[in-house]
Design a protein around this ligand. Structure first.
Ligand code: ASP
Length: 340
């Protein structure tokens, strides 16, 4: 609702160069480009954004910023859903999915990559050094090793313990917002530190030259079937960038995102003039309307950045949040949700 207070807020922000979420900035959208700016999924996106900001604030390139940004959670052993320390598949293998896309629609992706923490950097090399877009499994690993990456064990003792505890019941039941949250046989959460370890990092950045890039990286669903690949490394599903319009990324149950080619859908809606939050909402609606009963049991969140620096998000269930870093704000926002 556009009430007087919001009008005053958006007028004030317009005059000071602030750009807000799309529903607050109808005037601004036409007049100001909010750049540089970086946004990313979940609250751990805050640290990742800070890494990206180091580059963006020095007039660096969005592509370099998103790679540097998502490498932060990739290297964090406490983050059990991305990179090193990610939870394994049901057979104990940590397999990573990642993709990257730049302002010229160049893109690269790795699927089911093992033994390399920085899957995003391998994806970038696929983009820059091969005639291909996707390398998967053993071939992706071979390519990484040939390009100087070291073979590592990504299964940390903590992740291994969580997996071994999970094996006692081997119940495969993704939990909304907390796909990696698992319980022991007494119903106690096994995840050290509590139920706040989330999913994928998807990041979108607009640099001071007005160019946009995106990156998306994950260890996927905990205890997935061997070989399972989610939406995150699928260009158009987990990530899509079109410099003429903007970018989008997703998190949550990847199978549902792939079905609707979610991030591409969000960008195409923005191309038609739909605001970022509304575009994310329409993508969520597409998932919910296909199977309303199933939708009650799962989470998907979309995050979008337009090339004027306005942004927005929408998810199925409450609980999805995202981090924003620009010249004027460094914040975490709760996303609006379909089910309230
Ligand atoms: N989208 C990821 C996948 O399906 C996981 C997630 O974000 O929860 O692999």
């Amino acid at each position: 609702m556009f009430n007087r207070r919001k009008f005053l807020q958006s007028s004030l922000f317009a005059s000071t160069g602030w750009v807000m979420k799309d529903h607050l900035s109808p005037i601004l959208k036409k007049t100001t480009v909010n750049k540089p700016i970086v946004i990313s999924t979940w609250n751990f996106g805050k640290a990742a954004n800070a890494g990206a900001w180091e580059i963006l604030s020095k007039q660096g390139r969005a592509l370099d910023a998103v790679e540097a940004g998502v490498k932060i959670p990739e290297a964090d052993p406490k983050n059990h859903s991305i990179g090193y320390g990610g939870l394994p598949d049901r057979d104990g293998h940590v397999t990573l999915d990642a993709c990257i896309m730049d302002e010229k629609s160049n893109c690269g992706s790795v699927m089911c990559l093992e033994h390399v923490t920085h899957a995003i950097s391998v994806a970038r090399l696929v983009m820059e050094k091969t005639p291909h877009i996707i390398l998967a499994g053993e071939g992706a690993l071979q390519f990484a090793l040939a390009n100087g990456f070291k073979k590592e064990n990504l299964l940390t003792p903590e992740s291994e313990k969580i997996w071994k505890d999970w094996l006692k019941t081997a119940k495969y039941e993704p939990v909304i917002n907390i796909e990696n949250k698992v319980y022991d046989s007494n119903g106690k959460p096994l995840m050290p530190g509590g139920p706040y370890n989330h999913d994928t990092i998807g990041m979108l950045a607009l640099d001071s030259s007005g160019n946009m890039s995106g990156a998306c990286t994950t260890s996927g669903m905990a205890f997935k079937m061997r070989g399972r690949v989610g939406d995150s490394p699928v260009i158009g599903a987990g990530l899509f960038v079109d410099n003429e319009v903007g970018g989008a990324t997703s998190t949550g149950v990847g199978e549902e995102v792939i079905r609707i080619v979610g991030s591409h859908l969000v960008v195409e809606l923005m191309r038609q003039g739909v605001g970022p939050e509304e575009a994310c909402k329409k993508a969520v609606e597409r998932i919910v309307s296909r199977d309303p009963e199933k939708a009650k049991t799962l989470q998907v969140g979309f995050l979008a950045l337009k090339n004027d620096g306005t942004y927005g998000a929408y998810c199925i269930q409450k609980g999805f949040n995202y981090a924003v870093h620009s010249g004027t704000e460094e914040k975490i926002y709760d996303s609006e949700s379909w089910f309230k």
